[in-house]
Design a protein around this ligand. Structure first.
Ligand code: ADP
Length: 488
């Protein structure tokens, strides 16, 4: 289920999902910040709106009460109704501030209790004074002291409760400020945690998404490298993301097609080689028989022509043999008989084989073999073939009176064989391509030296099949060295 889900997610969807997750995390961080800000706002508002205003109203009530006391005292002395009116105005001020306080303290039972006590003492103070006013207006006598004491008691009770309210509001303010401080510290911590978590998660998601794209991509890159090295397996297994899955299918189809073409080409070589070799061998053998006089004694001209036919058919048979071997090697159908051998006898045999040709061109041959050579795991007949090709080239390209050297030595974990000549050399830009089949250095085409362009390709295939390396070094005009190393 999970696998199927993963397979269906295209690169586009993966990226979009990744971005959406990161966006959602950023939104969550912002939402938590907004929530915290709301919390701060609520606390600040409670300080500003409730506590501060309550303190203001407390001040208004105490001011109004003091004004009332002042007007009431003056009224008792001079009995002026204007003072009584002022007393009533101050009473209204007090009541207004009281009502405001009551609204502000709606949620706080403690404050409400204090305000109720203020209200009842205030009512008592008012009623005592109203009684005094009535007595004065009706001209009746009354005891000033008794009323004064009653009023004083009520006023003191009001003042005490107002003080209590003030203290209570101040305390409440301090408490709210402390709450604000803790809330801020908590918010800082939470925000920090949220940001770190969002960063880590974002990073992880990006890593997972990027990896899910780059991992299959690197498989495609590796397989492409294999193809460029001639390995046409076509076994690339990439299912997800779907775009790369399609690419992998197309890649495998391409490998299959290339493999088929390769086989077709090798088949063609093999078939053609077989079809050509049989009649060519008949021509050569027939020519040799005629040269030996099997069809009557040939004259001098006939011998000359028969020899040319024999040489050319020999050259053609060699070309066909080389083509056959090369196509077999390229198709991976060549059988190698590996065994642990010393290369010395092979070198000596190869030098002996070419000795007559060297002598006919007055080319000096020199062979240097270091004392103790390591044993090489090789197919000696195939290595002999490579040696023949390299030595054959050296003698072919070296002019009369030149020299050809063979040097064999141990080198690190391998045995190194170098064949150097004093031929015309090879231009630097041709040193790599001459190992490709049918490739000849431009320089020699001008010298009209015959060749097929297969000898070095065969030698390279043989050496590579042994896990070795082959290369050429040369200075134009001075000579060339063909070197190969075989692991021991
Ligand atoms: P060919 O049959 O043409 O010699 P090879 O594959 O053996 O085919 O060699 C390819 C080409 O490499 C030759 O045509 C020649 O241009 C160059 N070459 C090979 N060996 C030598 C050498 N010893 N000196 C100079 N050029 C060489």
């Amino acid at each position: 289920m999970r696998q199927a889900f993963r397979v269906k997610l295209t690169i586009f969807r993966r990226l979009v999902i990744g971005y959406l997750i990161i966006l959602a995390m950023l939104m969550a961080v912002s939402a938590s910040m907004l929530f915290e800000l709301d919390n701060f706002n609520e606390i600040t508002q409670s300080i500003l709106k409730v506590d501060n205003q309550l303190l203001e109203n407390e001040k208004k009530m105490s001011d109004a009460l003091l004004s009332q006391i002042l007007y009431e005292k003056k009224y008792l002395i001079i009995h002026d109704d204007a003072l009584y009116d002022q007393f009533l105005i101050a009473k209204m001020d007090f009541n207004k501030a009281f009502q405001n306080s009551l609204t502000l303290a709606a949620d706080d039972d403690e404050k409400k209790k204090m305000l109720t006590m203020i209200h009842s003492s205030f009512k008592q103070y008012q009623s005592v004074f109203e009684q005094e006013v009535e007595l004065i207006r009706s001209g009746k006598k009354y005891t000033l002291d008794k009323h004064s004491q009653m009023k004083e008691k009520a006023v003191n009770a009001i003042m005490d409760e107002l003080k209590n309210i003030k203290a209570y509001s101040q305390n409440h303010t301090y408490e709210q400020i402390r709450r604000l401080e803790t809330a801020m510290a908590d918010a800082k911590k939470t925000a920090g945690l949220f940001v770190v978590a969002a960063l880590v998660l974002g990073l992880l998601i990006s890593l997972v998404i990027t990896r899910s794209i780059t991992k299959p991509l690197s498989s495609v890159i590796n397989k492409t490298r294999d193809v460029s090295n001639g390995i046409l397996k076509g076994d690339l297994k990439v299912a997800s993301p779907p775009e790369l899955g399609d690419l992998s299918k197309a890649f495998n189809m391409m490998c299959e097609r290339l493999k088929k073409l390769d086989y077709m080409k090798s088949d063609f070589y093999a078939m053609m080689s077989h079809e050509l070799r049989t009649p060519l061998t008949s021509i050569r053998e027939g020519t040799n028989l005629m040269l030996e006089g099997a069809a009557g004694e040939p004259n001098a001209n006939q011998i000359k022509l028969l020899r040319i036919i024999s040489e050319e058919s020999n050259r053609l048979i060699n070309l066909v043999n080389s083509l056959m071997d090369l196509s077999k090697m390229e198709a991976g159908m060549m059988v190698f008989n590996f065994g642990c051998h010393d290369i010395t006898p092979l070198i000596k045999r190869a030098a002996l084989e070419v000795a007559p040709l060297a002598a006919s061109k007055q080319i000096k041959m020199e062979t240097t073999i270091s004392d103790k050579l390591s044993c090489i795991k090789m197919d000696d007949e195939k290595i002999m073939q490579a040696l023949r090709n390299l030595l054959g080239n050296a003698l072919k390209f070296t002019p009369e009176g030149g020299s050809v050297k063979i040097a064999v030595s141990n080198s690190g974990g391998s045995v190194r064989i170098a064949i150097s000549d004093t031929g015309p050399g090879i231009p630097q830009e041709n040193l790599g391509m001459i190992f490709e089949k049918f490739q000849q250095a431009q320089y020699h085409m001008q010298h009209n030296i015959k060749g097929t362009g297969l000898g070095l390709a065969l030698a390279k295939n043989i050496v590579t099949a042994h896990g070795g390396k082959i290369w050429a070094e040369s200075i134009v005009g001075e000579g060339s060295s063909f070197i190969f190393s075989l692991p021991v």
